[in-house]
Structure formats: structure tokens, C-alpha cells
Write a protein that binds this ligand. Structure first.
Ligand SMILES: CC(=O)SCCNC(=O)CCNC(=O)[C@H](O)C(C)(C)COP(=O)(O)OP(=O)(O)OC[C@H]1O[C@@H](n2cnc3c(N)ncnc32)[C@H](O)[C@@H]1OP(=O)(O)O
Length: 287
């Protein structure tokens, strides 16, 4: 496929509606533990009318879609094994909204495989996938498994109070999209990179992406990064506003500069946006 969302290149659907990319997937082998949870209490309205995907009883995701106000608490945390299908679903439904059966299923399975099988990342780098979950407990004591054991991109940990993934974001320090420096073309350090930001359509404009970004910034700061960057499709007005409002600024790239860009489509033009993390104002919102 021409985009490289969540890593694998096994399926080749047409272009996504918006840019989605990852420096080398969404896997998270080396991560620091960052246990703080961010709560969001949105004033959720039910302007949408989602349909049941199957007859009979509702499952957790159907309840969350139909009655988001029933479980309005949103927790932003690192992705766990229990989230893998919904992470793939959130990603595909946001970046490939036009796909129908059977391609949509193939695409989700493809993403799932990428997530579960994981990807290697360079030594010394960090990568993590964050999820915004609705209707789960903040109480982490009712989890089975261990955070220290990974299955692909996920903590091998399952909560007894599973929530519903409404939004995702990947953050890493791989720096694939930054020019190398020095005669040995060394990887840059100290700059985190955000990708794969997606919120399910029914849960948009409730501050979920903003919360995911805040958490990513807090993680990056914890990793010792001094700045955080991302690529945003020039035509993605909503996302551009989201990042500008969060104090990301477009970095002017000199004409002809050898600056790596996501391999989505030769026609897609990006803004490279950055934010310094030395201003702790945004991070303090979480403490
Ligand atoms: C680095 C990357 O990954 S770029 C790719 C971004 N992802 C996508 O384009 C996938 C499809 N889109 C989405 O998943 C979502 O619309 C996102 C991720 C862009 C935004 O997620 P949301 O949870 O809706 O954003 P959130 O509610 O936090 O918005 C915060 C602010 O950003 C701005 N914003 C967000 N979406 C829009 C929009 N569609 N139009 C205009 N402004 C917007 C607004 O200022 C908003 O504040 P407001 O609602 O008080 O006006």
C-alpha cells in the first residue's frame, strides 16, 4: 500500500482519506512505564445514530457508540493486548473510511497482524501506542497480566473492566522523519514524533485527540525529549488546527532540502510541525 499505517505493507487499498503513517509501525518494544492516567469528562452528545452490527444483545462497543453518555469517563493510557482489535478498527475507520466488506475486514486483519507481531525499533529508541478508552476503570489493580511482558505492540495485560477504544496515537523517538546529522549521518535524538492520530467519528470534537497529544507530550518529556514533531497533510484543515492550537508550529523546510517525508502518496503535501517541550505549561494540565 502506498501509506504505511501501523507498519505492514501487506494490503494495497487505495489512498487513505487523511495522512496516516508511522516511522516504522506502531509497535512498542522498548518503553518506559508511565502509569499516570488522564481523565476526561466530556459533555458527550448523541448526535450520531450508529447501527448495531449484529442482532441480539449489545456488546461494550455498541453500548459506547449508542449511549456514550452512559460511560462518559475517558481514560488515556498505553495500549494493551485487550485493545488490539479496536486499535486496528479505529485506525482503519478513521484513515480508510470508505472501505466496505471484504476489503475493510482484510485491512483490519492486516493492521492487527502488524500490531501483534510487532516491529523492531533501533536500540535506544522508544515507541508507544496510546489509546483513549471509554467506559473502563481508572483502577489498574483489576488487571491480569504484566506490563513488563509484551506481545507485539501491546502490554500483555488484560483488564476485567474493558473499555472501548475511541482514539489512538503513536509516539516514538525513532526520528526516521528527521534529517540525519554529522558525517556519519547519525540519528537525531531528543525529538519525539507523533503519528497515527485518529479518533472514531462518533467521538470527535470532544477533546480526545487533544488529550492524546497531551499524554504523548508528557511521555516524550519523560523520555528526555526536548521537542516533539509530526507531519500533517496540508489539506487536513481540522488536524492542522488541532496541532496549531496545541502550539505546534510549521517548520519551513528549505527548498530542495533532503528532508524525509512519510511515504504515503507522492501527491500528498505535508506540513512538518514541531513544538518545544521546555514549556511545561501544557504538561501541567495532567498533574
Ligand atoms: C500526525 C497525524 O497523525 S495527522 C492525522 C490526523 N488524523 C486524521 O486526520 C484521521 C481522521 N480524523 C480524526 O481522527 C479526528 O478528526 C482528529 C484526530 C483530526 C481530531 O480528533 P478530535 O478528538 O475530534 O479532536 P479534538 O476534539 O481534540 O479537537 C480539539 C480541537 O482541534 C480542532 N479540530 C479538531 N477537529 C477539527 C475539525 N474537523 N475541523 C476544525 N477544527 C478541528 C478544534 O479547534 C478542536 O477544538 P473545538 O472542538 O473546541 O473547536
Amino acid at each position: 500500500m502506498r501509506s504505511i499505517p501501523l507498519g505492514t505493507t501487506a494490503v494495497s487499498p487505495a489512498l487513505p482519506k487523511h495522512n496516516c503513517y508511522s516511522s516504522s509501525g506502531i509497535s512498542l518494544h522498548r518503553r518506559i512505564r508511565h502509569s499516570s492516567l488522564f481523565l476526561l469528562s466530556p459533555t458527550i452528545s448523541t448526535s450520531h445514530t450508529p447501527s448495531f452490527r449484529s442482532g441480539g444483545a449489545c456488546n461494550a462497543s455498541q453500548i459506547a457508540e449508542l449511549f456514550p453518555a452512559v460511560s462518559p469517563e475517558i481514560v488515556v493510557r498505553e495500549a494493551r493486548l485487550e485493545d488490539c482489535w479496536e486499535v486496528a478498527e479505529t485506525h482503519c475507520s478513521s484513515f480508510f473510511p470508505g472501505y466496505s466488506f471484504p476489503l475493510d475486514v482484510v485491512l483490519r486483519v492486516d493492521r492487527l497482524m502488524a500490531l501483534v507481531m510487532g516491529f523492531s525499533i533501533p536500540a535506544g529508541c522508544q515507541r508507544t501506542c496510546l489509546v483513549a478508552v471509554i467506559g473502563s476503570s481508572v483502577d489498574e489493580t483489576i488487571c491480569i497480566g504484566s506490563e513488563d511482558f509484551k506481545i507485539g505492540a501491546f502490554d500483555a495485560k488484560i483488564s476485567l473492566n474493558k473499555g472501548y477504544v475511541a482514539g489512538i496515537l503513536t509516539v516514538d523517538t525513532v526520528a526516521d522523519f528527521l534529517p540525519r546529522k554529522g558525517p556519519l549521518r547519525q540519528r537525531r535524538t531528543g525529538i519525539a514524533y507523533i503519528s497515527n492520530v485518529a479518533v472514531r467519528e462518533n467521538f470527535r470534537r470532544k477533546g480526545i485527540a487533544k488529550r492524546l497529544i497531551w499524554k504523548a507530550e508528557a511521555l516524550a518529556k519523560n523520555w528526555g525529549c526536548r521537542a516533539i514533531g509530526l507531519h500533517c497533510d496540508l489539506n487536513n484543515v481540522g488536524a492542522t488546527k488541532l496541532y496549531k492550537d496545541q502550539d505546534f508550529r510549521c517548520i519551513k523546510i528549505p527548498e530542495g532540502a533532503s528532508w524525509p517525508t512519510p511515504k504515503i502518496s507522492p501527491d500528498t503535501k505535508f506540513n512538518f510541525m514541531m513544538k518545544l517541550l521546555n514549556n511545561t505549561q501544557a504538561l501541567e494540565k495532567f498533574r
